[in-house]
Design a protein around this ligand. Structure first.
Ligand code: AHN
Ligand code: ZN
Length: 330
C-alpha cells in the first residue's frame, strides 16, 4: 500500500520535474554554472605583510631571514599546500655566499595544466636610493619591495585551499632577488646582481622538466599610488597573458591603475623563468614610465615601510589575480 503511494508520487514528481511546460516563469531552464571567484581579503594580505616586516629586514644570512622563511613554510602548510623548500648557495656580485631558500607551495599536484604565481621574499641589504647617504648601507624593511606581494600570495594560497581552482596552482617565493649592485659601488650597474634565487630555480626546478601554462610575477604591488604599465618582456613573451590580466582588472573597475600602455624592460624574476623554463610570464610591477624616477619614491629607501602599504592597492591586485586563475579552464 505504502509502496504504491510512493511509486505514484514518485512518478508524478518525475513527470513534473522532467516536463519543461510545468516550469513557472521565474524558473531558470538551463542555468549555466557561473564561475565563482572568491573575494580577496585585503585585511589578511595586510596582516601577512605586517608579520613579515615585524621579523626585521629579511636579508639572507640573518636570523630574521631564517625566521621569516620558517613562517612561510608553516603558513603554507596550514593552508593545505604541499611545500618544498629548495635550499641553495648563491654568490653575490661581491663574492658573498648566501644561504638561500626558495619556497614552493603546490596545489593539486596531480594536475598537468598549471599556473605559476611568484614573488621575491628577501629584502634589499642597501637603502642606496635613500636621500640621506648615511642610510645607503642599511637594510630596508621592504614592506612593498618584497613583503606586500608575498602577503597577497599567502592570501591567494589561503583562498585556493578553501575553493579549488580548475588548474593546478604553484606559488613560488623566490629568495635572493634584491642583492643587485648598489649605486655606491664602483662597479655599479643598474641591472646586475639581482634575481639569484629565481635564476637557480629556473635552471634547477623542483620537479624535473617543470612547466606551466603561464606565470605571473608580483613585484611592488602594494604602494598607495601604484600604477601598473605593461612591461616590455611581458608584452613580448606573453602578450595574451598581459591582455587577460589587464582585461580582468578593467572589468573589475581597476582601469585607473592597470594602464594599457607599454613601458621599458625590467630585469626581474620573470626573465629567468621565461628564458630557462620557456614559460610565458608577465611582471606586474609598480613603475611609471612618465615619472622622473620610474619606480616610486620609496624604492630602495628607508621609506619602504608599513606606511607604504595600501589595502586598497592590495585588493585590486589580489582580486585581479584571483579572477584570472578562477576563470582558467583546465
Ligand atoms: C632593476 O632594478 C634592474 N630591476 C628591478 C628588480 C627589483 C628590485 N625589484 C624589486 N627590487
Ligand atoms: Zn628591490
Amino acid at each position: 500500500m505504502y509502496s504504491k503511494i510512493l511509486i505514484a508520487s514518485l512518478s508524478i514528481f518525475l513527470y513534473l520535474g522532467c516536463n519543461p511546460k510545468n516550469k513557472t516563469s521565474h524558473e531558470v531552464v538551463a542555468a549555466k554554472p557561473s564561475i565563482e571567484v572568491p573575494n580577496f581579503n585585503a585585511d589578511s594580505a595586510y596582516h601577512y605583510t605586517d608579520r613579515q616586516v615585524a621579523f626585521g629586514p629579511r636579508v639572507p644570512n640573518t636570523e630574521a631571514h631564517t625566521a621569516c622563511g620558517d613562517f612561510f613554510v608553516e603558513k603554507l602548510q596550514s593552508f593545505g599546500a604541499e611545500v618544498i623548500e629548495q635550499k641553495m648557495d648563491v654568490t653575490t656580485y661581491d663574492g658573498k655566499i648566501l644561504k638561500a631558500r626558495n619556497i614552493i607551495a603546490s596545489y593539486q599536484k596531480e594536475k598537468k595544466n598549471r599556473v605559476l604565481l611568484f614573488a621575491h621574499w628577501d629584502t634589499r641589504p642597501f637603502a642606496d636610493h635613500d636621500p640621506d647617504p648615511s642610510n645607503h648601507r642599511k637594510a630596508i624593511d621592504g614592506a612593498n619591495d618584497g613583503a606586500g606581494a608575498c602577503g597577497i600570495l599567502l592570501e591567494i594560497a589561503r583562498q585556493t585551499n578553501i575553493h579549488p581552482t580548475e588548474m593546478g596552482i604553484d606559488i613560488i617565493f623566490f629568495d635572493a632577488e634584491d642583492w643587485g649592485v648598489p649605486t655606491f659601488e664602483d662597479k655599479y650597474n643598474s641591472t646586475s646582481g639581482y634575481c639569484l634565487g629565481s635564476n637557480y630555480w629556473a635552471k634547477n626546478p623542483h620537479v624535473n622538466n617543470y612547466t606551466a601554462r603561464y606565470g605571473i610575477l608580483l613585484d611592488m604591488v602594494s604602494a598607495p599610488k601604484a600604477l601598473f604599465f605593461q612591461e616590455h618582456y611581458s608584452r613580448q613573451y606573453a602578450p595574451n597573458i598581459i591582455k587577460k590580466v589587464w582585461d580582468a582588472a578593467h572589468s573589475l573597475g581597476f582601469g585607473s591603475r592597470f594602464i594599457r600602455e607599454p613601458m621599458g624592460a625590467i630585469e626581474d624574476d620573470h626573465i629567468h623563468v621565461i628564458k630557462h623554463r620557456n614559460i610565458p610570464c608577465i611582471d606586474i610591477i609598480d613603475y611609471d614610465p612618465n615619472s622622473e624616477k620610474g619606480f616610486g619614491d620609496y624604492w630602495h629607501t628607508m621609506e619602504d615601510n608599513m606606511s607604504n602599504i595600501s589595502k586598497q592597492t592590495m585588493q585590486m591586485v589580489g582580486q585581479t589575480v584571483l579572477h584570472v586563475i578562477y576563470n582558467e579552464k583546465e
